[in-house]
Design a protein around this ligand. Structure first.
Ligand code: PEP
Ligand code: MN
Length: 338
């Protein structure tokens, strides 16, 4: 941490800060210039987050040297984490993971039909919401535990790993007992109690970026999960809210390389919730892979017109299959596989 003092800081103020820093068990290094004085502080910076030095008289600004998201940072771990999901699926390795499935689990036969086609197309993870965060309380809220039971049965039948959202701390144990990946939805990215709760499990967690959150805030949320003891975290860019209204959200494609520079956690992209329109899913998927994403999560439905949620952004299974075929070639040029 570097403390920059005001040009008019008095010797008394400087000594007061040095005294304070030393009493906290940190080592101050004072550099007196002609214009102003700078104090470099060596030691665990966390102490200074509790006792902010900005409030001391004579201090102009305090510049942290280490990122506040310590465990998720590239400084903490150089190599990208490879998250073992189950059913042979790993996220963050050479192989790009494609997750597909409906927005919501509707019934056994529809999910079976979709799963069969997701598998045949080369998808390895089956998505499906059982607890749905809907904007309107009158929209379909999901089948709850019955939906999770269907997801598990269908996933096992087709050898697909599964992912489903958990919205409530009280449901974490139940959802974790049915799925391979716990999904934290965009609206819950900063539900800190929920993050702490999934941090206590060992289940892989896919953390979606909040619609109005920065990449750094997403990393701070991931830090909650890692600091609870669960290092199995996958980040997900799903579009953010901007003034642009031709898409449901604006896919912040730069979040992929930015997150990769700052963190060792793998990051995947959800082009479906970013676009809100099925016709935009393919180009956004290409952009994601070209940008270095470790995977995609795509909504697929065999009858989008009858879907109980997000039909407009769901790909027909045949379009999902042709997209994956195309992405295999793109992945190869990126030195990766699908
Ligand atoms: C979802 O993936 O089912 C979902 C609700 O997405 P998001 O949380 O990104 O809106
Ligand atoms: Mn959806």
């Amino acid at each position: 941490m570097i403390i920059v003092l005001r040009p008019d800081a008095t010797n008394e103020q400087v000594n007061h800060i040095i005294d304070k820093v030393t009493k906290l068990g940190l080592t101050p290094h004072v550099s007196k210039g002609t214009e102003r004085t700078i104090i470099g502080v060596i030691g665990p910076e966390d102490i200074l987050r509790v006792t902010p030095l900005e409030v001391y008289p004579g201090v102009e600004r305090v510049i942290p040297v280490l990122a506040p998201y310590r465990l998720v940072s590239r400084e903490f771990q150089k190599e990208t984490s490879v998250i073992k999901v189950g059913k042979g699926v790993e996220v963050g390795g050479k192989k790009i993971v494609v997750m597909g499935g409906p927005c919501a689990i509707e019934n056994f036969s529809t999910l079976t039909d979709i799963a069969m086609q997701v598998k045949a197309a080369g998808g390895t993870v089956l998505r499906g919401g059982a607890f749905k965060p809907r904007t309107s309380p009158y929209s379909f809220q999901g089948l709850g535990v019955e939906g999770l039971q269907i997801l598990k049965k269908v996933g096992d039948e087709y050898g697909l790993a599964t992912i489903s959202e958990v919205m409530d701390t009280r449901d974490v144990e139940t959802v974790a007992s049915y799925v391979d990946i716990l999904q934290i939805g965009a609206r819950n990215m900063q539900n800190f109690n929920l993050l702490k709760e999934v941090g206590l499990t060992k289940r892989p967690v896919m953390l979606k970026r909040g619609p109005s959150s920065t990449v750094k805030e997403m990393l701070m949320s991931a830090e909650y999960i890692l600091s609870g003891g669960n290092f199995n975290v996958i980040l997900c860019e799903r579009g953010i809210r901007t003034f642009e209204d031709s898409t449901r959200n604006t896919l912040d494609i730069s979040a992929v390389p930015v997150a990769k520079q700052l963190s060792h956690l793998p990051i995947i992209v959800d082009p479906s919730h970013a676009a809100g329109k099925w016709g935009l899913v393919a180009p956004l998927s290409r952009a994601a892979i070209a940008c270095g994403a470790d995977g995609l999560i795509i909504e697929v439905h065999s009858h989008p017109e009858d879907a109980l949620s997000d039909g407009a952004q769901s790909l027909l299974p045949e379009n999902f299959a042709s997209l994956i075929k195309e992405l295999v070639i793109l992945a190869r040029t990126m030195g990766r596989d699908i």
